[in-house]
Design a protein around this ligand. Structure first.
Ligand code: XLS
Ligand code: MG
Length: 346
């Protein structure tokens, strides 16, 4: 088994992670699978083989019932669970959202699923449960009252937070993952700012256990700068988790290998994470492309990891004093040229 990939001088949790869903059968909205679906638990050794230290899963992939078995397999592979997450987007009953649904019975069901997922998160030994906004959104204006939705989200997250505090103290934290659209035309909690606002509305005792999981592609789909999104979370003390990938412009969510489309910006991201001494996990949320053959399904992870290691090591060499000097002299084009030199010039 290859040794886990580590980032030089990374503070806190080192090693990389990925989701079991990253190694899917190649289904897209226009066509079925192009590869046989690999059973979820069989994907754990594949993640370890690809040099991952952490795995991640939805409650539909590793169910509460399968969790003890998954934990055992993971342990034998030296893998740890970085995060676990309830799927509020697969089941048809959540077609119009869970926490934000107009139907109180669906909101109750969503809450029950979330509380069960908190217990499974703990069982798997993960410190973080992620909430991706998924189907929390609207396709038609006035389909929901937006003002009501804020109250519903606050109420739902307060209840989940209170449950976690009561049963696990501060051991389990929540990272909300914003996305602007897809699968809904408009999603609530669309960006980092919206999530920070939501957290500011939560009860004071649960606020400390709520933070964010910003994903590269989700910022870029919205035309936003991912590094700034990360900086904002850091400044707020809310960068609990990270999903790295790449996105080729403002279109459907591609989950491309990290480092593929905007390496210079990804280099700057590494500088920011290093300077902030970010101690949390760094995980990929990438998608094995539909065209890749079964034998090469893990390429998306190995390419992402290599790109990250290269960029991370180059970022360590970026002369911070030079950045300060360029800022002081207002030579901002030259600053971008210096970053390009660090990236391409040696
Ligand atoms: C989808 C999201 C999803 C979350 C986990 O766009 O990135 O994969 O990370 O539910
Ligand atoms: Mg993600």
């Amino acid at each position: 088994m290859p040794s886990p990939i580590l980032l030089k001088d990374k503070v806190g949790m080192n090693g990389l992670g990925a989701g079991v869903w990253n190694l899917g059968p190649g289904t897209d909205p226009f066509g079925g699978p192009t590869r046989d679906a690999i059973p979820m638990l069989d994907r754990l050794p594949m993640l370890a083989d690809a040099g991952m230290t952490y795995y991640e899963a939805h409650d539909t992939e590793i169910t509460a019932a399968d969790a003890p078995k998954a934990a055992k397999i993971a342990k034998s592979l030296g893998l740890k669970c970085a995060m676990y997450t309830p799927s509020f987007f697969t089941a048809t009953e959540f077609k119009d959202g869970a926490m934000s649904s107009n139907d109180p019975a669906i909101r109750k069901k969503g809450l029950e699923n979330a509380l069960r997922a908190v217990d499974t998160t703990a069982l798997l030994g993960a410190k973080t449960m992620v909430f991706w906004n998924g189907r929390e959104g609207f396709d038609f204006v006035l389909a929901k009252s937006g003002r009501e939705v804020v109250k519903r989200l606050v109420e739902g997250f307060n209840k989940v937070g209170a449950y976690a505090r009561k049963n696990y103290g501060t051991k389990i934290k929540f990272a909300i993952e914003p996305k602007p659209n897809e699968p809904r035309a408009n999603m609530y909690l669309a960006n980092v700012g919206e999530v920070l606002y939501l957290i500011s509305r939560l009860d004071a005792d649960v606020q400390p256990i709520f933070g964010l999981n910003p994903e590269t592609a989700h910022s870029r789909i919205a035309g936003l700068d991912y590094t700034w999104d990360i900086e904002l979370c850091l400044e707020a003390g809310k960068l609990f988790h990270i999903h790295l990938n790449a996105q080729d412009g403002q279109r459907y969510d591609q989950d491309l290998p990290f480092g593929y489309t905007e390496p210079l910006k990804d280099l700057a991201l590494c500088v920011v994470l290093q300077d902030a001494k970010y101690a949390g996990p760094i995980c990929f949320d990438v998608k094995a492309p539909r065209v890749d053959d079964p034998a090469n399904i893990s390429d998306v992870l190995t390419v992402s990891s290599r790109n990250l290691v290269w960029l991370w090591e180059r970022a360590l060499e970026v002369d911070r004093k030079k950045i300060q000097a360029f800022r002081a002299e207002n030579r901002l084009t030259a600053l971008s040229g210096y970053l390009a030199e660090c990236l391409y010039g040696r």
